[in-house]
Design a protein around this ligand. Sequence first.
Ligand code: ACK
Length: 304
Amino acid sequence: DETVFESGESRLFDLNDLKEATDNFSDANMLGEGGFGPVYKGALKDGQEIAVKRLSRTSGQGMLELRNEVAFVAKLQHRNLVRLLGCCLEDKEKLLVYEYLPNTSLDKFLFDPIKCQQLDWSKRYKIIQGISKGLLYLHEDSRLRIIHRDLKASNILLDGDMNPKISDFGLAKHFGVNETHGNTCRIAGTYGYMAPEYAFRGEFSTKSDVFSYGVLVLEIVTGRKNTRLQRSRPAASLLNHVWQHWSEGRALELRDHVLDNNFIEEQMSRCIHIGLLCVQEDPIKRPKMASVVHMLSVYSIPLP
Ligand code: ACK
């Protein structure tokens, strides 16, 4: 299940093919604006759907860095990471081509009053688990050792089965075998998901990703944006609050799908507990992703 696909080579795409695929980068095909430029939907001649990220010229990424990024990101192959298919560097264009994910980003579901109803608890749990596996792979695969640095709901894309895929490696950093963390004076990322040692001192590590993951887990369980989460609440009161929120709006609907309501409550409280462990102020106290994955698998009993 933790499939690391066979290593596939990334392709060099032809500019004309990509223009044709996206109807000449027409506005109608624009999926949205990413950190480094717009993203377009397209279909290749063989019918394969793609998402094309068009890096803007002002994005400040040099050709060499871009080539590095392509070589680097192309090595990432895991069912919980967005797959880069290749790139195109013709005519001053800098285009990155990804697999297209029809359900787009998690934040669109999570914080939309209508769409969030599609996320029943078993889907939420699958998303929490999937992200943890993708992040574990980034952190601990010996060939990778990558810190993502910008994990957030809008960087989690969902495939047709609501399987989550981590995307946007624009800020990702590689760390060597004997390194555990890095330092930067250019703090980039997203306030609200940022670990305090990173936000205040520019120190990033796998544990700063763990913090962002914790915020994400709490958002997924509660359906509330991190700005509205009160992280200082004691766990019991947070659980109470969350359960109230769920039972008010969605418990009835959930009861139709699930027989054992207490089981959901139990699983939710475990997830909140994990989320709270991850957002501790002291990075040393936060669990590693390997422990998170373990904690989630131990308590995951298939829903009826
Ligand atoms: O939240 P969204 O709809 O999902 O808006 C953003 C936008 O493009 C800018 O990043 C969407 N997006 C990015 N990559 C993909 C992809 N591979 N498949 C589908 N949508 C994507 C993202």
